[in-house]
Structure formats: C-alpha cells, structure tokens
Design a protein around this ligand. Sequence first.
Ligand code: GSH
Length: 229
Amino acid sequence: MLGCTAAHSQTGSDMKLYYTPLKGLIHKVQVVAIEKGIYDSIEPRPCIPYEQWGELTAANPLSKVPTLVLDDGTPIYGGHVIYEYFDSLTPEPQLFPKDPKARWVELTRLTLGDQLFDLSSQRQFEINRPKDHVREDFRDRIESAIKRGWDRVNQDCADYAGLTVGQISIACALKYHDWQHENNILPWDWREGRPAMKTWFDRFTDRPSFVPRDDEIAARPILPIKDRS
Ligand SMILES: N[C@@H](CCC(=O)N[C@@H](CS)C(=O)NCC(=O)O)C(=O)O
C-alpha cells in the first residue's frame, strides 16, 4: 500500500499504480490520491517507463506513467483520466467541478499544469542530446512556452480558489520545475518577477499531501526490467 497501513480503503478495492518515484518530489497522482483519502488502497508499482518493462506495457501500450490497473484488471491511463477516476471514488473533496463553466476552466488549468510538466521533461531530453545535435530552435520554443505558461499563472492565480485539480496540476508542475532547478536542469527560478504566483503557490502547497514521501521511496525498490523487446 502506498500509505503502508490499511489493507483496504473505503473504496474496498486494491489498485496498482505504475509511477516513477523521484526523491524530494511527490507526483500529482499521489497528491490527488491522498486528498481523496484513497492513498492506502493503492499498491505502488514503481518503474522506469523508458525501459520496456513487461507489466507496464501490458497495461499501457504507450509505456507511460502514471498508469493505473483496477482490481479487475482494467487499465486506466493518462493522468487526467486517473485523477477523474479517483475523484469519482469518494465525494469529498470534489476536485473536478460539476458546474459546466467551472469544469471547462478547471480542465484548462489541469492541461496548463500537465503540459508545463511535459514541456520541461521534453526540454530535458533535448538538452541531453549530444551538443551538436541539440535543436536550438526547438529548445527555444519549449523554453518560451514554459515562461509564457508561468506568466499566465502569475496573471490568473488571484482567481484560483478552493482545492481543485487544476491547481494541483499547476502546483505539481512548479514543484517539478523547482526539482529540475535544484538539480541544475532548468536554469530559471519561476518565482523571479512573479510575486503573485509565489504567494498563491506557498499558500496552496502548504498541505500534508505535498510533502515528499522519501521514506516510502527508499523502502520500495523499482520493479525489475524483465522485457526489453
Ligand atoms: N501528462 C501526461 C504525462 C505522461 C508522460 O509522458 N509520462 C512520462 C513520465 S516523465 C513517461 O511515462 N514517459 C515515458 C515515455 O515517454 O516513454 C500524463 O499525465 O499522462
């Protein structure tokens, strides 16, 4: 169990979650599970998706994390789909608004956070190519998009309210950007010149669900690579 205590949660089921643990960081799929009170009903399957590992690819042909497998074997993948599935399991807190207008706004925030995360990981791949092979125009385009995304959050965050999936998504992207910054991957601190965003972020992430679970990572080996075919 991710929480290592309860055998079954109030959902009465066990699910397997494929994810890649990163020391000093908690993923949004975990934050959502903790906030929904179902963290303890999830069996962690830590793995490296870039390796063709049989169990993950059997569930998700795209070999992406996060991937969830329900106790009846049904695979659910794509971060958004997993978060919305978790949201359906318990009534409170409701992370996806029911009101149609509020829902579209929130889904757009969810996408902004998701893609800020994806862009920074895409950038990492690009800058890790041999020096002569780095596509500078492509890298510059990614970097401009990340900075425009940060600016948009700084501009809009005064309107953010409550505990919602879009805010979790954006906050987790920024946590990942901090992690990349601390590990000398991303050269910029998004806080510079964005005071409103810093105020929102500090307030929003001051919750137990955002605390990294490094003790759990240390206690849980990455699944072995069985199948590279
Ligand atoms: N925003 C997507 C991200 C999925 C994704 O690209 N995950 C990366 C983790 S950094 C992955 O599994 N990459 C493995 C690969 O592309 O082979 C989601 O939430 O589902």
